[in-house]
Ligand binder design. Structure first.
Ligand code: HEM
Length: 156
């Protein structure tokens, strides 16, 4: 596959509509999760759409979260002082991946390993930035995630 023919992760998973389906369903399921339910007890109705916009930008889609929602520093700020635990983080990642399966999102090894790579990285940052003393870098760039070592989707 030539570089020009390699889709972004965003295109491969189905773009913003697919991410919105994922986050809407994920935060519905969060409410019924014993570990995660209390963490998201006070989230606003726009939270799933904001997280979808954030993921879209990271995975190679439009830069709408940077343009409209304050970019990476704003996202980091949302996690400050929340004292998130590793158990909560693992539950968050597991439930998101479970929801991706439930919705029939691409499950080729290349895509899923790239997705898991980002979720591991991003969720660990969320935990680190939720601990006492965490400081937000106001210039933190938006992370950009690609296919990593596998360089493109499953080609048979
Ligand atoms: C890759 C991992 C993650 C991403 C991309 C992410 C993304 C975001 C974003 C974009 C927001 C702000 C939404 C807005 O602008 O309104 C947010 C808020 C939040 N996140 Fe995360 N997050 C991640 C991991 C986690 C984890 C692991 C937890 C807890 C287990 C968590 C808990 C929260 C909470 C509690 C809020 C605030 C919700 C509220 O408004 O009450 N996040 N996250």
């Amino acid at each position: 596959m030539t570089d020009a023919a390699v889709p972004t992760l965003y295109d491969w998973l189905g773009g913003l509509p697919a991410l919105l389906r994922l986050t809407e369903r994920f935060y519905e399921r969060v409410k019924d999760d014993a570990l995660l339910g209390p963490v998201f007890e006070h989230m606003g109705g726009e939270h799933p759409a904001h997280v979808a916009a954030f993921l879209a930008e990271v995975l190679g889609g439009p830069a709408a979260y940077s343009a409209d929602h304050g970019g990476h520093p704003h996202m980091i700020r949302q996690h400050l002082h929340r004292h998130l635990t590793q158990a909560q983080r693992r539950a968050w990642v597991a439930l998101l991946l479970d929801t991706a399966d439930e919705l029939g999102m691409p499950d080729d090894p290349e895509f899923r390993s790239a997705l898991v790579g980002y979720l591991e990285w991003g969720s660990r940052l969320a935990v680190i930035n939720s601990q006492p003393g965490a400081v937000v870098n106001a210039d933190a760039p938006m992370p950009k995630w690609g296919w990593g070592e596998v360089k493109g989707p499953y080609a048979g």
